[in-house]
Write a protein that binds this ligand. Structure first.
Ligand SMILES: *Cc1c(COP(=O)(O)O)cnc(C)c1O
Length: 346
């Protein structure tokens, strides 16, 4: 008896429709890194495609290649972690949109692209304060003039300008967006006219209309994961799409043992801090072991009873996250590949 992650694809479609209405006329790029936040890449992107999502934020080349294979030539696939020559060649061959946040990488892309017949579509990234990656403001003028020269020479086409926000405070985000505006002006001065400007992920897309620009890169809200400490699902108009459940495998004096543990991705720090949902209602999660967990008993407990750790009838991933000081995405992506995914496709 094993745990299972049940994914409601109709709920996913409803979230996508809500996002589309909320951010229009900006377009939604569905972020699918980390195996679509643990929900399983292929079924998620196929459903998103059927729901008219055309942009996919793949993060890495491998994920992008799966999206291309599944969805064909018309999908726009944004990859922002390609560093080696091999990765750049793959990005070129598979017609990805490439995020470039580094001057050396820009030169590598231009060199590889000039040896091929295809122009590589580049989205230049400005670092507006997160200091993870992105071209520093003091190097931006040099970057946009180099990019303009490569575009002139025919190796690349600068189709996008972008940045990523810390989403730590409104003030920092405001400062970041001011920095982004200055970067857009400098790019224009260098002769670049990229059609796509993108800044916002889930939270800022909903909360800050002025951050949406042409495209928003949304992962969490599409999967129904609300921000920790933020607005509730009803306010956002989204709902969780996954239920993590496990069967009862043993009942003894300690309580009820269910077939899910730390090796399936359940953080052991949840012990004693949250309630899970059994047939008789919420019960405290007493202890997370390696492959099993102990929960508070109920009178008619039976082997095989279904217990939801999060999702249907239970807490949301974000509620679990809040109990241990992390974010809902972290709970979702930790669910191990050992846990089978089941899709409800109504
Ligand atoms: C993960 C990621 C996103 C999506 O963020 P959510 O908060 O999950 O919507 C957007 N942009 C970049 C660069 C990311 O790494």
């Amino acid at each position: 008896m094993t745990p299972v992650l049940r994914i409601d694809l109709d709920a996913f479609t409803a979230n996508l429709a809500h996002i589309r209405a909320e951010v229009a006329p900006a377009e939604h790029m569905l972020v699918v890194k980390d195996d679509a936040y643990g929900h399983g890449l292929a079924p998620i992107i196929r459903r998103a495609w059927a729901a008219s999502v055309r942009w996919f934020g793949a993060f890495d080349v491998h994920t992008g290649a799966v999206v291309r294979a599944q969805l064909g030539d018309d999908a726009r696939i944004f990859v922002w972690l390609a560093g080696s020559d091999d990765e750049i060649r793959t990005a070129e061959a598979l017609d990805f949109d490439l995020g470039v946040g580094d001057l050396d990488l820009l030169e590598d892309v231009a060199r590889i692209a000039s040896a091929s017949s295809r122009r590589v579509r580049v989205h230049l990234k400005i670092d507006t304060g997160l200091h993870r990656n992105g071209i520093r403001p003091e190097q931006w003028d040099a970057a946009v003039s180099a990019a303009a020269a490569h575009q002139e020479a025919g190796s690349i086409e600068v189709v996008g300008l972008w940045t990523h926000l810390a989403e730590a405070s409104d003030d920092e985000d405001d400062a970041a967006v001011t920095g982004f505006r200055e970067a857009m002006i400098a790019a224009e001065r260098a002769g670049l006219r990229p059609a796509l400007r993108h800044v916002a992920a889930s939270a800022a897309s909903f909360a800050r209309r002025e951050f949406r620009h042409d495209l928003v890169r949304i992962g969490a809200f599409a999967y129904g994961i609300r921000p920790a400490g933020g607005p509730d699902h009803a306010t956002l108009g989204i709902r969780p799409i996954a239920t993590l459940a496990a069967p009862v495998i043993r009942i003894d004096d300690e309580g009820v043992h269910v077939a899910i543990g730390a090796l399936h991705g359940l953080p052991s720090t949840l012990s004693g801090r949250v309630r899970v949902a059994g047939p008789a209602g919420p019960r405290t999660l007493l202890r997370v072991g390696a492959l099993t967990s102990l929960i508070e008993s109920w009178p008619e407990a039976l082997i095989g009873d279904d217990v939801a750790v999060y999702g249907d009838g239970a807490a949301s991933p974000t509620e679990l996250a809040e109990a241990i000081g992390t974010i809902g995405e972290e709970i979702a992506v930790r669910v191990s590949p050992l846990v089978p995914r089941e899709y409800r496709d109504g």
